[in-house]
Design a protein around this ligand. Structure first.
Ligand code: PDD
Length: 286
C-alpha cells in the first residue's frame, strides 16, 4: 500500500508530495516537529504534543499554522488513510518558502510549510527491545543550548545514534559538564530504591511529553521523584536506568559504557512504569 502523506492541506501519495528547495526547513533547519505515537488506531497524548508544538513555535516567533482542531482532524485522517493500528505520526512545521535564501526571517505572514506522515510499526507496544533493554554509550553533548525547542536540526543526535551503532549498542546518552542531559532522542532516568531520578526541566533538555506522564504515574504509584542531574558513574551504580520517548515509551537501559546497570536486565521499576504508561495512555487515547 502506498503511504498517503499530508502537505499543506493536501493528502497525497508519498511520491507526489513535494516541498520547495527554498523552504527554510530545508536550507536553515528553521522548523519544529512533533512525534505522536498511535496505539489501537488512536493518538497518545495528542494534547501534550500540541501544547509543546505551540511552545516551540512561539519560542521561534513562528505563527500557529492552523487550529488545534484541524491538526487533530489531520492526524486522525492520516491514521485512517494509512490503516495504522500501531505506529507514529511525524508532524513538521517550517517557517515556509520565501522564494530565495536569506538569513533574515521572511515576513511574518509567510505561509508555513506543514508536512505530516505516518510510520507503521505493528509491534510498537510490544517492541522486542523493551524485553532486553537498551545498551548505551556516553558521548559529549555538543548540541546548541536551546534543546527545549523541538527543532528539526537533528544532525548531532543523528551522529550520536551512529556512534552508538558503530559501538554495537542501541543509543547514546549525552553528557555535559559531567552530568547526563538526555539520550539522542529520549529523556534519561536512573532508579535508586524507591526513587526515580531525572534531570530537571531547563533549556538543557527537551521537555518530554512521555516524561511528564511517566513522572505523574510514578508519583501516583508512590515512587519518589527527584529532578536533578546525575553522572554516568552514578547511573552505572544505580539499581536501574531507563529512557522515555513517544517512540519507545519506557525503555529499560541495561548497560552504560560497557558496565551493566543493576542485574544487567530490565528492572522491575522500568517494567512496571512501562506497563502503567501503556495502560493509562491507551485509556486516554483520542
Ligand atoms: N524524540 N529528548 C529528545 C532529544 C528527543 O528528541 C525526544 C523525542 C525526547 C522525548 O520526548 P517525548 O517524550 O515528547 O517523545 C527527549 C522523538 C520521539 C523523535 O525525535 O523521534
Amino acid at each position: 500500500m502506498t503511504r498517503t502523506v499530508y502537505v499543506n492541506g493536501q493528502y497525497l501519495p508519498e511520491h507526489e508530495a513535494t516541498v520547495s528547495i527554498f523552504d527554510r526547513g530545508f536550507l536553515m533547519a528553521d522548523g519544529v516537529y512533533e512525534v505522536t505515537s498511535v496505539l489501537d488506531g488512536k493518538l497518545i497524548d495528542f494534547e501534550g504534543h500540541i501544547k509543546r508544538l505551540h511552545r516551540s513555535l512561539s519560542e521561534l516567533d513562528m505563527p500557529r499554522p492552523c487550529s488545534d482542531e484541524d491538526l487533530l482532524a489531520m492526524h486522525r485522517e492520516l491514521v485512517r488513510l494509512n490503516s495504522i493500528d500501531q505506529g507514529m505520526i511525524y508532524l513538521q512545521v517550517t517557517r515556509g518558502n520565501p522564494g530565495d535564501r536569506s538569513f533574515v526571517f521572511p515576513a511574518a505572514d509567510l505561509a508555513p510549510t506543514i508536512v505530516a506522515f505516518t510510520q507503521d510499526i505493528p509491534n510498537l507496544a510490544d517492541a522486542p527491545a523493551a524485553k532486553t533493554g537498551f545498551r548505551v554509550i556516553s558521548i559529549p553533548d555538543l548540541r546548541w543550548s536551546r534543546r527545549d525547542i523541538k527543532t528539526v536540526q537533528l544532525l548531532y543526535p543523528s551522529m550520536g545514534k551512529m556512534a552508538a551503532k558503530k559501538a554495537g549498542v542501541d543509543d547514546s546518552w549525552f553528557v555535559e559538564d559531567g552530568t547526563v542531559t538526555e539520550g539522542t532522542s529520549n529523556n534519561a532516568y536512573i532508579v535508586k530504591g524507591n526513587r526515580i531520578i531525572t534531570r530537571q526541566l531547563t533549556s538543557d533538555i527537551l521537555h518530554g511529553i512521555t516524561r511528564a506522564a511517566v513522572l505523574r504515574f510514578a508519583a501516583e504509584a508512590q515512587f519518589e521523584v527527584e529532578e536533578r542531574p546525575f553522572t554516568i558513574e552514578e547511573a552505572q551504580n544505580a539499581d536501574e536506568a531507563f529512557s522515555t520517548a513517544a517512540s519507545i515509551f519506557v525503555m529499560p537501559v541495561v548497560e552504560i559504557d560497557g558496565k551493566p546497570v543493576g542485574s544487567g536486565k530490565p528492572g522491575p521499576v522500568a517494567i512496571r512504569l512501562r506497563e502503567l504508561y501503556l495502560d493509562e495512555m491507551r485509556k486516554a487515547a483520542v
